[in-house]
Ligand binder design. Structure first.
Ligand SMILES: Nc1ncnc2c1ncn2[C@@H]1O[C@H](COP(=O)(O)OP(=O)(O)OP(=O)(O)O)[C@@H](O)[C@H]1O
Ligand SMILES: [Mg+2]
Length: 710
C-alpha cells in the first residue's frame, strides 16, 4: 500500500522544485533578452566606429561629406568666434556642425553637457541673414541665454509669457516687416503649438526669406523614450513642414539610438547630418563615498569637503532626496558657516528665482536642491556636485552630476551612498517603466569599489571605453580594496528570511539587518551593520533576494523577500563576496582630483567680473569673463589691448579691457613690491625657477578642443 502522505510530501517537493526551476528560467530569459539588446547595441557601435571621425556619413544618401574641410565662411566664422564670443578655438565637432548648418543642411547633434552646443547654432545665427528661431524648453534657460547674448551685443529676444507688450510689438514687427534689429529669437515650444498669431508672423518672415535657421535645444524632450518628455515638443514637426527650406538643428546631451531615430522622425529631418560626440567628461572626477548612518556626520563630511577644497567660494550643488531634506541640509550647512540655500518645487516661483539668481551671480555658494533644480541651470563654473542621496538611474546621475564643470575646468562629482537610501528610492520608482532595473544600475555603480566609474557610463551609453586618467576614485585607489567571502552569511540570511516568510511575516531591509546582527554574533568574520546592509543590496542585485512593495493610504513600503536564485546560495552553488575599500581619509581623496587652487590674480579677476556684472546689471559674472578666460589672463598676463584681444576677443576687450588691464597691472606692481621685501637670500633665478615649476605643475584638464585652446 502506497503511503499517500509520502506521495503528497514528494508532490510538494517536486512542485517547489518546479517553481524554483521556473523562477530560474525567468531570470535566465530576462538575462538572455538583455544580452540580445546589448549584442545589437555593440553591433551598432562597431558599425559607427568603422566610420572615420571626419567622414560623417549622411544617413540618407550614404555619401560621405567632409565637414572639416575649408569653407568660404571660415575666416568670418573665426572672426565672430573670437571677437564676438571671445572663444579662442573650437571644441570637438563644433566647427563641423557649424559648417553643415551654414551649408543649409539639417543637423542632429548629440554632445555632452557643457560640450558647447549653443555656439553651434548661435554662430551660424549671426552669420546667416535673417532671424534664427530657437526653441528651448524652460523660461529660465531662455532668460539666461538671452542675457548672455545681450552682454555680447547680439540682438537676441525672447517671446514668452514674461515678454513685455513693447517687446512683443517689436518682435512681431521684425518678423513681419523686417524692421528693427533681431537676429535670434527664443521661444518655448508652447508658442509653436498654441499661438496661431506667432505662427502666422513666422510664416510671413519665412515667405520674405528672412528666417535663417531653426534650432531645437534640449531636443530629447521630443521623445517619449527620453528622460524628460514634454508634450509640447511633440508638435515641433510642424516647423519642417511649414518651413522646409530652412536648416533645422536639433541638439541634446544624451540620446540613445532609439531616441535619435525618434527625433529624426518627429522633427521630420530624415536626411539630417548626425554628429555624435562622446559622453565622456574628462574634467570631472567621479567618486562615491559611504554615507554615514548618522545624518549629522554626513553634513560634517560635506561641510569639510567644501571648506577644504572650495574655500574660495566656488559654486556647487548638493542634491537631496526630498524637499524637507533640502531645507534641513541647507540649514545645517549654514550652521557650519557655508553660504547655502535650498531650492525645490514647493517654493513660490519668486523665491525660487531669487535663490537661483543669488547663486548664479556668485552671492550664494551652494544650492541644496531636489531634482527640480535641473535643466534650467546654465552656470558654467559649478565646481562640485554632491549627491546627498543617490539618483534614480545612471542616466539621471549622468545628467545631474554633469552640471559640474561645463566650462571644461576640473570639477568633482561626489555621491554619498548608503544601502538604506536605495530602498528609499526603490519605493518611489518601482511603478515606473524599468524603474527598478534603472535604479539597480546606479546601485551597482555605487557598490562597485573596483570598476572605473567612467567605464560604467561608457557601458551604459554603449560607447567604446576611453582612458579615465585616474579621474575617478576606483581608478585612483583600485589596489586598496579588501574582498571578503560572505557566502556563509548569505546562506544564513536567506534561511532567516525563509523562516520569516513561512510565519507569514515581512521585513524591511533594516529589520532584516537587525535580525541578522543577532544571528551573526560570533560568526567569522562578524559583519558590521553597514556590511550587512551592503550584503542585502548585493543579494538583491544578484536576484538571490528581491524587493516587494506594499501600498498604504499614505506611503509605499518596500520589503525584502526570497528571490529566484536563493536556492543557489542555500545549496552552496554561489559564492558571495563583499568588497570594501581600506579606509582613506577624506583629504587624501580630495587630493586625487588634481584640482588646483585659484591663484591670487585669479581671485582678483573673479572679484572684478562680479563687480562689472553688478554695475552693468542683468548679466552674470561668467558672461563678463569665463573662468577659463580668467585662468588664461592670469597665466599670460596681457599688457596691451591687442594682447588682451587675443585672449578674450574684441568685444569684451572694448567693454571691459581697461579695467582688466588695470587690475593685472596693479597686481603685478604689488607683487613686485612684495618681491623686493622677500628673502634676499633667495636669488632671483631661484625664485623664477620656483615660479616656473609651480606653473608647470598646474595640471588643468580641459575638454578636448580641435585646436589648442591657448
Ligand atoms: N570652443 C570653446 N572653447 C571654450 N569654451 C567654450 C567653447 N564652446 C563653448 N564654450 C563654453 O562652454 C560652456 C558650455 O557651453 P554650452 O552652454 O553651449 O554647453 P551645452 O553643450 O549647451 O551644455 P548643456 O547640455 O549643459 O546645455 C559655456 O560657458 C561656453 O561659453
Ligand atoms: Mg545647452
Amino acid at each position: 500500500m502506497v503511503d499517500t502522505e509520502e506521495i503528497l510530501q514528494e508532490l510538494l517537493t517536486v512542485e517547489a522544485e518546479l517553481q524554483d526551476v521556473q523562477d530560474q528560467i525567468k531570470v535566465f530569459l530576462d538575462r538572455q533578452e538583455k544580452l540580445y539588446d546589448r549584442k545589437s547595441e555593440l553591433k551598432a557601435l562597431l558599425e559607427s566606429c568603422e566610420v572615420s571621425a571626419c567622414e560623417i556619413k549622411d544617413a540618407a544618401t550614404g555619401t560621405s561629406e567632409n565637414w572639416s574641410g575649408e569653407f568660404e565662411w571660415d575666416s568670418r566664422a573665426n572672426d565672430v568666434r573670437l571677437n564676438v564670443f571671445g572663444i579662442t578655438s573650437y571644441r570637438a565637432n563644433q566647427r563641423e556642425i557649424i559648417n553643415a548648418i551654414m551649408s543649409g543642411r539639417d543637423v542632429l547633434v548629440i554632445m555632452a553637457a557643457g560640450g558647447g552646443k549653443s555656439l553651434c547654432y548661435q554662430l551660424p545665427a549671426i552669420m546667416r541673414d535673417g532671424v534664427a528661431l530657437i526653441v528651448s524648453p524652460l523660461l529660465s534657460l531662455i532668460q539666461d541665454q538671452v542675457m548672455g547674448l545681450a552682454a555680447l551685443g547680439i540682438p537676441a529676444y525672447m517671446l514668452t509669457s514674461t515678454t513685455s507688450k513693447d517687446n512683443e510689438k517689436f518682435i512681431y514687427k521684425a518678423l513681419e516687416k523686417g524692421e528693427g534689429e533681431l537676429k535670434i529669437l527664443y521661444v518655448t515650444p508652447e508658442k509653436i503649438s498654441k499661438s496661431k498669431r506667432f505662427m502666422s508672423k513666422l510664416e510671413k518672415c519665412y515667405n520674405a526669406g528672412r528666417l535663417s535657421l531653426i534650432s531645437i535645444d534640449e531636443a530629447h524632450c521630443c521623445s517619449q523614450w527620453g528622460h524628460d518628455f514634454r508634450p509640447d515638443y511633440k508638435n515641433l514637426g510642424i516647423l519642417k513642414t511649414q518651413f522646409p527650406s530652412i536648416p533645422l538643428i536639433a541638439l541634446t546631451a544624451t540620446a540613445t539610438k532609439k531616441v535619435q531615430l525618434d527625433l529624426m522622425e518627429m522633427l521630420r529631418i530624415p536626411k539630417c547630418v548626425k554628429f555624435v560626440s562622446t559622453v565622456n567628461r574628462p574634467n570631472l572626477f567621479y567618486m562615491v563615498r559611504e554615507k554615514p548612518s548618522v545624518g549629522k556626520m554626513v553634513i560634517d563630511e560635506i561641510a569639510e569637503f567644501i571648506q577644504h577644497s572650495y574655500s574660495d567660494n566656488e559654486s556647487g550643488i548638493v542634491y537631496c532626496f526630498s524637499r524637507k531634506e533640502c531645507e534641513q541640509v541647507a540649514m545645517e550647512l549654514r550652521g557650519k558657516g557655508i553660504s547655502a540655500d535650498y531650492y525645490h518645487a514647493d517654493m513660490e516661483a519668486n523665491s525660487r528665482e531669487k535663490v537661483h539668481m543669488r547663486w548664479s551671480s556668485g552671492k550664494l555658494q551652494v544650492i541644496v536642491g531636489t531634482v527640480a533644480f535641473g535643466m534650467g541651470i546654465n552656470k558654467p563654473d559649478v565646481r562640485f556636485v554632491i549627491h546627498h542621496t543617490l539618483s534614480k538611474s545612471m542616466e539621471t546621475y549622468y545628467q545631474e552630476s554633469g552640471r559640474a564643470g561645463r566650462d571644461g575646468l576640473p570639477s568633482e562629482c561626489l555621491l554619498y551612498f548608503r544601502p538604506a537610501d536605495a530602498q528609499r528610492q526603490s519605493s518611489m520608482v518601482f511603478y515606473e517603466n524599468c524603474g527598478l532595473e534603472n535604479l539597480y544600475g546606479i546601485v551597482r555603480y555605487c557598490q562597485s569599489k573596483t570598476e572605473c566609474r567612467r567605464s560604467a557610463f561608457f557601458g551604459h551609453f554603449a560607447e567604446p571605453l576611453q582612458d579615465c586618467n585616474e579621474m575617478c576614485d576606483n581608478c585612483s585607489f583600485s589596489n586598496e580594496v579588501k574582498e571578503t567571502d560572505v557566502s556563509g552569511h548569505a546562506k544564513v540570511m536567506v534561511s532567516l528570511l525563509q523562516d520569516i516568510q513561512e510565519n507569514d511575516q515581512r521585513v524591511t531591509m533594516l529589520q532584516l539587518v537587525d535580525k541578522m546582527k543577532v544571528k551573526n554574533k560570533g560568526a567569522d568574520p562578524e559583519l558590521k551593520k553597514d556590511e550587512l546592509e551592503q550584503l542585502v543590496v548585493q543579494l538583491i542585485l544578484d536576484c538571490v533576494l528581491k524587493e516587494e512593495f506594499q501600498h498604504t493610504a499614505y506611503t509605499t513600503n518596500a520589503y525584502v523577500t526570497v528571490g529566484p536564485l536563493a536556492k543557489q546560495v542555500l545549496q552552496g552553488k554561489k559564492i558571495v563576496k563583499i568588497v570594501s575599500r581600506l579606509q582613506k581619509n577624506s583629504k587624501e581623496l580630495v587630493k586625487a582630483s588634481k584640482r588646483n587652487r585659484s591663484s591670487e590674480l585669479e581671485l582678483k579677476l573673479d572679484e572684478l567680473r562680479k563687480e562689472l556684472s553688478a554695475v552693468q546689471g542683468g548679466i552674470f559674472p561668467h558672461s563678463v569673463l569665463s573662468t577659463p578666460q580668467i585662468s588664461r589672463l592670469s597665466s599670460q598676463r596681457p599688457i596691451t589691448m591687442k594682447e588682451l584681444e587675443n585672449i578674450i576677443g574684441k568685444l569684451k576687450t572694448e567693454k571691459y579691457g581697461s579695467k582688466i588691464l588695470e587690475e593685472i597691472k596693479r597686481y603685478e606692481s604689488e607683487n613686485q613690491k612684495l618681491d623686493q621685501f622677500a628673502d634676499c637670500s633667495l636669488s632671483k633665478e631661484h625664485r623664477r625657477n620656483h615660479a616656473k615649476k609651480l606653473k608647470s605643475a598646474k595640471n588643468l584638464v580641459v575638454v578636448k578642443s580641435s585646436e589648442d585652446e591657448g
